[in-house]
Design a protein around this ligand. Structure first.
Ligand code: GTR
Length: 329
């Protein structure tokens, strides 16, 4: 064999070795696509990103999380669907729209089911919280519920001030996509309109709706307060926990040890996120006030009473569970 032929043979061998090695190297790291409707820096996004960093470190880089924030992958309904088919691997979503897919979780979505945020946290941290996560995982939805996060309390923001349910008469208020929420608004006397989070800003601007409801960090970061919906009536009618789910398609590819790990890191993120959350509620409340939003203290009782039929309708099959929730101190 001439020197030249040696070289060619050597190069071919190297190429063969490389082409064998390359796909292996390329598949050695699994990128997990994570998604959230909220922008970078929002507590849910930060906590989920931190979870991804810990996962990468704990698996020596076998997994890497890539966050797609700000609804770049769609609204929550669409992202839930993408997670179900495995196109998104990790999703942080409100439990609200998940209730449309897994109705058994709607107990947590009912108006005034939690006394306050401390009560909600005590419930999600304990056995009932785990029970609801397990219901999601066991349902045919192909979602593995890893952990909870905090979404605070949702209150109404409208262009005309609301002090009692009577003030909602004739007002079109955006609710999350789940019939339970539309029923809630209708029971309060307004007209509930279901739409995705990303459509709310222009719907407020164009007058398609007169108001919406959310927590202060969402009201601020979505810019909804700049549309004239500047009266924030503190009804705290919904205290809905946030959820982190993994696509069952992706979860089933993990080893049992990795499955335990993602659940443990999810739980750690649950505890870390609430610290970020409390700070963010204080910060964004101050920012909203500085921007001229009027916070209105309301008597919750008439709002509670008006929504009794919703709790009766959706809570009927879960009376025992509702009793256990109420008993949590
Ligand atoms: C936010 C929540 C989001 C989304 C949004 C909405 O508070 O964090 O996941 O559900 O509300 O109203 O659609």
């Amino acid at each position: 064999m001439t020197f030249r032929r040696h070289l060619i043979a050597g190069a071919a061998a190297t190429v063969a070795a490389l082409s064998l090695a390359l796909p292996l190297a390329a598949t050695a790291q699994t990128v997990l696509k994570a998604a959230d409707v909220h922008p970078p820096g929002y507590p849910t996004v930060v906590a989920t990103e931190n979870m991804g960093k810990k996962l990468e470190a704990a698996t020596n880089g076998k997994f890497k999380m890539q966050m797609f924030p700000s609804s770049v992958l769609g609204d929550e309904k669409s992202m839930i669907e993408q997670t179900q088919i495995g196109a998104i691997q990790i999703l942080r979503t409100s439990l609200g729209p998940v209730g449309a897919v897994v109705p058994e979780v709607n107990v947590f979505n009912m108006p005034f089911v939690f006394r306050d945020e401390a009560h909600m946290r005590a419930v999600i941290d304990g056995p009932i919280g785990q029970e609801i996560l397990d219901k999601i995982t066991a349902s045919p939805a192909r979602l593995v519920a890893l952990a909870w996060q905090d979404g605070g309390s949702r209150s109404l923001y409208t262009k005309k001030p609301v002090r009692t349910p009577a003030d909602l008469k004739g007002q079109k208020v955006r609710m999350m996509g789940n019939p339970l929420f539309v029923d809630t608004m209708n029971a309060l006397g307004g007209n509930g309109i279901a739409m995705g989070y990303g459509e709310v800003f222009s719907a407020l601007q164009t007058g398609v709706i007169d108001g919406a409801e959310n927590n202060p960090p969402s009201m601020f970061t979505s810019n909804h307060y700049t549309t004239g919906a500047k009266f924030y009536a503190q009804t705290n009618h919904l205290i809905i926990p946030e959820l982190v789910v993994m696509s069952k398609v992706a979860y089933d590819r993990l080893t049992p040890a990795e499955q335990t790990l993602v659940k443990r890191l999810g739980r750690e993120a649950q505890m870390e996120q609430r610290v970020l959350w409390d700070k963010s509620v204080a910060d964004y409340t101050a920012k909203l006030k500085a921007a001229g939003v009027e916070f209105i203290q309301v008597d919750q009782k008439p709002f509670f009473d008006a929504t009794a039929p919703v709790r009766a309708k959706y809570g009927a099959p879960y009376a025992e569970l509702m009793g256990r929730i109420a008993a949590v101190k």
